[in-house]
Design a protein. Structure first.
Length: 859
RNA sequence: GCCGAAGUGGCGGAAUGGCAUACGCGGCGGUCUCAAACACCGCUGAGGGCAACCUCUUGUGGGUUCGAGUCCCACCUUCGGCACCA
């Protein structure tokens, strides 16, 4: 029973039939990996200007512990591309590194009592070793590890540049807070009651002074994708994420009442100033700064309770249009500036403090959320925009949000009859005269909150001094190092806050006592510029080497997971523009071309994670089938941008394909006993025909495989190589096997296979060279072959013939047959003649010489 | 909920508006073998028919077109993201 595995590992011992040795990836692959390393085959000379440069970047991994199948899925097609470009004569730079700061290391340290650094570096060592079994052509000498002070000091240095440029600032903002474990990440808040994952305490909001980067300063520039070739879905997602809205800010005043003098300004943002006359109430975000002041005494308890409740909800929950609207009246009114009408003020959680002004004028007749709220609270609904012919005062059963060109204002006083668009502008213009409104553009995009209340990240290079306030640490004192000793004391709170040696320092300005910032930077900062550092990881004096940066960036091709469509890919664009404005680089965009591949999920269809226990380890597959089979299988599984649940079913098929290639190359004249036709050409084919078939198949495959590589269609690329191998296999043992056409086809097959399955291609290539008495040179230094168009030409075409769109027959015509000839052949095909039964077609459609459709009415 | 993507044989998937199901897995039959495994050859969407062949089929329902997996409208399901996982 248990012997099956052994047999599979060493089948040659039992195989008396084979005249050549069996394909054994385990010896081949490690041998070539060592040989490539010895020859430094993949070192990139960044100063070499003799060839066009090609910077191929793949998203660097988080060192979670082990390389799983998802890493292989990301990396191996990228590696194939790197090799493909290199075979086209490019000087390819394909670096790798580790995104080494972050939460998991800290969690492991808290749990086991070790140090995040130890945990991280151990994982990195392990993953480096595993990466090398892929046979990828990484430039390891350019590796960066972001938790190394050699790297993170430049995070600090760049932060100081941004600070000087006014792109960094401090602001108070809320975090999810656990009384025992401090700030919690979203994934650390569990359950509908929102409790701490570690201690179970209910999560509170706490307002903290935190650092921000001014991403909104670049909102408009980020909306432009000029000069970069990114997939449309990503561009759309980023555009929606930035969420530019044109509209106006309008000032309402608070109305006097028996508990309040009134006269305060309540500024709202609206995209529909044309509906101002329809504003029948006003809604403030529960966090709005005026809520406390405006609330009537008898409403205080209810309002306070609602504010508390709203603060506990997640933003996704608050913005859901699905759930019933909630809110409370604060017992105060506002005055509509356009008509002096008193309207009640509410607070409701569907209005967010961080968007617009944190306050809206509610127009239930023309906004769905406002309509739902008004219906629930019995508030007035007044139509102010109507399409021609609409009864302006008829009751409405839903909000009318359509925005057709011919809608006009109604119930809007002197503005009645204006087209909605011009009415909106007129209203804003009128109010602007009284300084009560101004046209305004608002973005959904927010500034980037980069403070994290954690140890395992880049320390902020600032100190707080009683005399001088916020003082940057001078460049020459960088890096501000993380203290090496860290005691988590079993809690999630940031140990830096309890580390006196770290905490207490002197002010660089006045020399007096000062305290260090204990927050560290978001890890997305590390990944916002790492590709610059790859070029010069050891560089001192500056974050980047300007000469290398100017030559090598922007990155030509970036590959990585679609889950980064918005955040990482947006932060990187922002960072590049910010570095440009600090005079550090001279271009605008980080990545010229982008490909977002899909994600490999666990077998259960869920994201792979250790906690779910669905992580797939490739090591066993590699030792059983070899790295080449695993690489090829991952490419063959499906379209690369699709991803999907992991299943190793079918890897045997890819392995069999490589076995066939092995046999084709090393034993072209052998014959399979299971094949009755072995050694015979297909019926009716001459030796010349066979040569034509082989050459045609090889060059058509080359033509198609080339475009598949260029378009990242790896699955069909592998399928076409399989077809070519099947064709060659069919001719194995015939008179044409081993001849010049055969040899040409085999060479093409190996060259096309080399980027995807580098080891077997190298092995077979070297054996062919040796057999031919030629000196060895790596297949990975060979040039990509050129298609011979004369070989791909065909003599005849098969034309499908349809009647009324249904396939009824096929005719074979000469390749250069004209339309008349094709039509004559189609109409005289036996089955078509029978179907026509003497009738004349009403129409005959020629689809560009690919198909004929005969249209027969009443047919 | 909002934004983005995807639904095609038993399974992974292929298909510039033009032959649906390439390639592979699995299954069935065979060759080789004392036997098994490996390898190889053939068949394999569903239904009907002795057969030639016919009908149906790309998540659901409509539409555009000579012709729709592909384009348009509505809906259903699944996946990714929603700002402290990376």
């Amino acid at each position: 029973m248990t012997d099956t595995a052994d047999t599979a590992e060493d089948p040659a011992a039992h195989d008396s039939r084979s005249r050549v040795e069996r394909y054994d990836p385990s010896t081949i692959e490690s041998r070539w990996q060592q040989e490539w390393a010895r020859l430094r085959l993949y070192d990139t000379d960044l100063t070499d200007t003799s060839r066009p440069k090609h910077y191929l970047l793949t998203m660097y991994p988080y060192p979670s512990g082990d390389l799983h199948i998802g890493h292989w899925y990301i990396v191996t097609p990228s590696d194939a591309l790197a090799r493909f470009r290199r075979m086209h004569g490019d000087n390819v730079f394909f670096p790798i590194g580790f995104d080494a700061f972050g939460l998991p290391a800290e969690n492991a340290a808290i749990k086991s009592g070790g140090h995040p650094y130890t945990w991280t570096m151990r994982n990195i060592e392990n993953m480096r070793r595993q990466f090398k079994t892929m046979g990828a052509m990484f430039s390891w000498e350019h590796e960066v590890v972001t938790c190394d002070p050699m790297y993170y000091r430049w995070n600090q240095w760049l932060f100081l540049r941004f600070l000087e440029k006014g792109l960094a600032y401090r602001k108070k903002s809320p975090v999810d807070w656990c009384p025992n474990d401090g700030t919690l990440a979203r994934e650390q808040v569990e359950g509908v009651d929102r409790h701490c994952w570690r201690c179970g305490a209910l999560v509170e909001k706490r307002d903290l002074e935190q650092w921000y980067l001014r991403t909104t300063a670049y909102a408009d520039e980020l909306l432009s994708f000029e000069g970069i070739d990114w997939p449309e879905p990503i561009r759309i997602q980023q555009t929606n994420w930035i969420g530019r809205s044109e509209g106006a800010e309008i000032d309402f005043a608070t109305a006097p009442s028996d508990h309040h003098v009134g006269g305060e300004t309540l500024r709202v943002f609206t995209t529909r100033p044309d509906t101002l006359f329809g504003a029948t109430f006003m809604v403030l975000a529960p966090e709005h700064e005026l809520v406390e002041r405006l609330t009537a005494p008898d409403r205080r308890d209810e309002v306070a309770a609602y504010v508390e409740q709203a603060r506990r909800r997640t933003e996704i929950d608050r913005l859901s249009t699905d759930r019933d609207k909630t809110g409370v009246s604060i017992g105060a009114d506002a005055i509509n500036p356009v008509n002096g009408e008193r309207i009640p003020i509410f607070i409701a959680d569907y209005v967010l403090a961080g968007y617009g002004t944190g306050a809206i004028m509610a127009v239930p007749a023309h906004d769905e959320r406002d309509f739902a709220f008004a219906t629930q609270f019995g508030l007035a609904i007044r139509r102010v925009v109507a399409a021609p012919g609409t009864d302006a005062d008829a009751p409405m059963d839903g909000a009318y949000v359509a925005h057709a060109a011919d809608e006009r204002l109604v119930n809007s006083g002197e503005f009645d009859g204006l087209l909605a668009d011009e009415g909106g502008r007129a209203i804003v213009a009128r109010l602007a005269e009284q300084n009560a409104a101004e046209p305004k553009v608002t973005y959904r995009l927010r500034d980037w909150l980069i403070s994290r209340q954690r140890y395992w990240g880049t320390p902020f290079p600032v100190v707080y001094c009683e005399t001088d306030g916020v003082v940057p640490v001078p460049d020459e004192d960088l890096p501000v190092r993380l203290p090496e000793d860290v005691d988590y004391e079993g809690s999630g709170t940031n140990p830096l806050t309890k580390d006196d040696a770290f905490l207490h320092t002197t002010c660089p300005r006045c020399g007096g006592p000062a305290t260090r910032e204990t927050d560290t930077m978001d890890t997305f900062i590390d990944s916002s510029w790492y590709w610059f550092r790859y070029l010069s990881p050891e560089k001192t004096g500056s974050a980047v080497d300007r000469g290398l940066v100017d030559r090598w960036t922007p990155v030509d091709q970036y590959t990585g997971g679609a889950e980064h469509a918005v955040m990482h890919l947006m932060y990187s664009r922002f960072w590049t523009k910010a570095m440009r404005d600090c005079g550090l680089i001279g271009h605008d965009e980080p990545f010229l071309r982008l490909f977002n591949q899909g994600q490999i999920l666990g077998a259960d269809g869920e994201r792979m994670s250790k906690s779910r226990g669905n992580v797939q380890d490739p090591d066993e597959l590699v030792s059983r089938y070899g790295a080449d089979s695993v690489r090829l299988f991952l490419m063959f599984m499906g379209p690369w941008d699709q991803g999907g649940p992991w299943s190793p079913t079918g890897i045997g098929g890819v392995h069999r394909f490589l076995n066939r290639v092995w046999t084709i190359v090393l034993d072209p004249t052998g014959q399979e006993p299971g094949d009755k036709d072995a050694g015979r050409l297909p019926a009716g084919e001459s030796e010349d025909d066979a040569i034509g078939t082989l050459r045609g198949a090889a060059h058509r495959t080359l033509r198609d495989v080339t475009t598949d590589y260029e378009a990242f269609r790896f699955n069909t690329m592998v399928a076409k190589l399989m077809e070519l191998a099947n064709t060659l296999f069919r001719y194995r043992g015939t008179v044409s096997a081993g001849g010049p056409a055969w040899d040409e086809a085999v060479d093409l097959l190996l060259l096309m296979l080399a980027p995807a399955a580098p080891h077997i291609a190298e092995e077979l290539w070297s054996r062919r060279l040796a057999a031919a008495g030629r000196r060895w040179e790596s297949i990975h230094l060979a040039s990509w072959p050129a298609v011979d168009e004369t070989a791909t030409a065909v003599a005849t075409r098969e034309i499908p013939v349809q009647v009324n769109g249904k396939l009824r027959d096929k005719v074979i015509v000469a390749a250069d047959a004209d339309q008349t000839t094709v039509e004559r052949a189609a109409l005289s095909a036996p089955r078509i003649v029978a179907l026509l039964d003497g009738r004349t077609p009403d129409r005959v459609i020629h689809a560009g010489g690919r198909l004929v459709n005969i249209v027969l009415r009443d047919g």
